[in-house]
Design a protein around this ligand. Structure first.
Ligand code: MN
Length: 242
């Protein structure tokens, strides 16, 4: 199995190395990731300048840094390494739950693979400044790789780890609450500035990704690329028929 590994935290992120270590048990791995952090870049691609693909040393793995976004890395990595069976993205330093899926560069790398008809998984972990203990995630990463490799109906998964996992939970994306907020402050020169940040979401719905993390579960959410609002489409169709 040929496995391309990417992320949005950059080629030197410890999460990338941890993921590559587990993935290498399943076949050939190649790391292609941004040269600097690209968190919250979502699915941006670079079109106004060329990209560069440079070999680097990362934990004994074949690795390349790209001066682009996570989606650029997967597009370029897939172009230069044909016959990829699986793309893994992460392990992100920070969870990607609920609406964060839209902002996430980690998930975008996996989505780019899905665009190219390659199976993909995005992995994210909690991050409070200290690098997580990736050893406890390894058995679940193996389980998820086996799941996606064997099931033709699961092309794209978003996986989030709690600090101490107690099992695998199949979940839906929580969409009721948005945790984004703007925090204002003042810089040392007295100028106002604004930070886009997140706030804790207190209410969680059972069965969602956020809920699974609260229960100590590894949240696995199958994603799809079709954003069509089926109910809205049906309603519009009925209205047009009248
Ligand atoms: Mn990140």
């Amino acid at each position: 199995m040929n496995i391309l590994i990417s992320n949005d935290d950059g080629i030197y992120s410890p999460g990338l190395r941890a993921l590559a270590g587990v993935a290498s048990e399943f076949g050939q791995v190649r790391l292609v990731a941004p040269d600097v952090e690209q968190s919250a870049m979502s699915h941006a691609i670079t079109i106004l300048r060329p990209l560069h693909y440079s070999p680097v040393r990362v934990g004994g793995f074949e690795a390349y840094r790209v001066d682009g976004t996570p989606a650029d890395c997967v597009a370029l990595g897939a172009h230069l390494w044909g016959g990829i069976d699986l793309v893994l993205s992460g392990i992100n330093l920070g969870l990607n739950l609920g609406h964060s899926i839209w902002h996430s560069g980690t998930v975008a790398a996996a989505k780019q693979a899905a665009f190219l008809d390659i199976k993909a998984v995005a992995f994210s972990s909690p991050y409070g400044g200290e690098v997580p203990d990736y050893g406890v995630y390894a058995p679940y990463i193996r389980q998820v790789i086996r799941l996606i490799a064997e099931d033709p109906d699961l092309p794209l998964l978003n996986v989030n780890f709690p600090e101490a996992p107690n099992g695998l939970y199949w979940t839906r994306q929580s969409v009721r609450h948005y945790d984004g907020q703007v925090v204002s402050g003042t810089d040392p020169l007295g100028r106002s500035h604004y930070w886009l940040a997140v706030r804790p979401v207190e209410e969680v719905e059972e069965g969602t990704d956020r809920w699974a993390i609260e229960q100590g579960g590894v949240s696995v959410t199958p994603l799809r690329l079709d954003l069509t609002d089926e109910v809205g489409l049906r309603r519009a169709g009925i209205a047009l028929d009248k």
